[in-house]
Design a protein around this ligand. Structure first.
Ligand SMILES: NC(=O)c1ccc[n+]([C@@H]2O[C@H](COP(=O)([O-])OP(=O)(O)OC[C@H]3O[C@@H](n4cnc5c(N)ncnc54)[C@H](O)[C@@H]3O)[C@@H](O)[C@H]2O)c1
Length: 273
């Protein structure tokens, strides 16, 4: 009998790859990290703002993988405290990763925040902070990743943008967030072209509404807003974080090795109407 394992395209495997996820302590980042573990990655780094949260995510990943009977032989998984908005912090985190593992093959920049204020009332220091995390954080992550990847022959960098890079969300006002994600989307395309011959591939994954702490905070006590989001999503529901995992493994793995500069929408059809 042919096992399921043998019937999986080998190019989707993350076996022997060093993976790193920013914002990996919860939400989408944690699900992407889990997807890398399930896909066989042998070294994984979880970056997040607090060391304790990165460590507890790493422990949770190991515990749940064991509970599900996943063979963890050889897996080395660490958490590193890192503020992606700080150039120094990102440099130190990649330096630690390089010293520990020698290289990095797949990086997902998932750290990001959202806030809803009408543009006329948005406190400017908060808008600046949002850009520092969402835009400069993605840039610093990509740049430091590429510095490690290029001497090692390349790798794949996935920036988590959003469908908000392509559409204007309604009814909640979030202009700086939408603009930040449009910047991330075009940054990925621009860097993809700039680095195309180095072996470094650059992609966007652009999720639609997904149930994480980020969206649950916005939806708290607002059932009518959730209904509006569901109605505007052709598939008729919001995504669960695991709905996005396969797309990120595809972009991070050799399955997409002739692709770069891609923006992959995972939005339940939202942007198609
Ligand atoms: N949830 C959605 O519906 C949705 C939709 C589209 C895009 N996105 C994007 O996906 C990404 C992840 O969102 P999520 O829903 O998982 O959010 P989340 O709030 O659940 O998780 C975000 C993670 O990023 C970390 N983080 C925040 N600022 C950081 C910083 N400066 N340095 C390091 N880590 C930091 C947080 O501690 C947290 O662990 C974000 O970029 C978000 O914009 C989310």
């Amino acid at each position: 009998m042919i096992s399921t394992q043998k019937r999986t395209l080998p190019c989707f495997s993350m076996q022997d790859k060093v993976c790193l996820v920013t914002g990996g302590a919860r939400g989408l980042g944690l699900e992407f990290a889990r997807a890398f573990v399930i896909s066989g990655c042998t070294q994984l780094v979880i970056l997040d703002l607090k060391q304790a949260e990165a460590d507890s995510a790493a422990k949770e990943l190991l515990d749940s993988a064991r509970e599900n009977g996943i063979d963890l032989t050889g897996l080395d998984l660490i958490g590193i405290e890192c503020d992606v908005a700080s150039e120094e912090s990102v440099k130190i985190a990649f330096d630690q990763t390089r010293k520990r593992f020698g290289r990095v093959d797949a990086v997902v920049a998932s750290a990001g925040i959202v806030e809803n204020y009408p543009a006329l009332e948005y406190p400017f220091d908060r808008a600046r902070k949002l850009f520092d995390i969402n835009v400069h954080g993605a840039y610093l992550t990509a740049r430091e990743a590429a510095k490690v990847m290029i001497p090692n022959g390349g790798g794949s960098i996935v920036l988590v943008a959003s469908m908000s890079a392509s559409i204007v969300n309604v009814p909640q006002p979030q202009t700086p967030y939408n603009a930040s994600k449009a910047a991330v989307k075009h940054m990925a395309t621009s860097l993809a072209i700039e680095w195309a011959k180095t072996g470094v591939r650059r992609h966007n994954s652009s999720p639609g509404y997904t149930l994480t702490k980020l969206t649950k905070t916005i939806l708290a006590g607002k059932p009518e807003l959730k209904e509006t989001w569901e109605r505007l999503t052709p598939i008729g529901r919001l995504a669960e974080p695991e709905d996005l995992a396969g797309a990120v493994v595809f972009l991070a793995s050799d399955a997409s090795k002739f692709m770069t500069g891609t923006d992959l929408l995972i939005d339940g059809g939202y942007c198609a109407i």
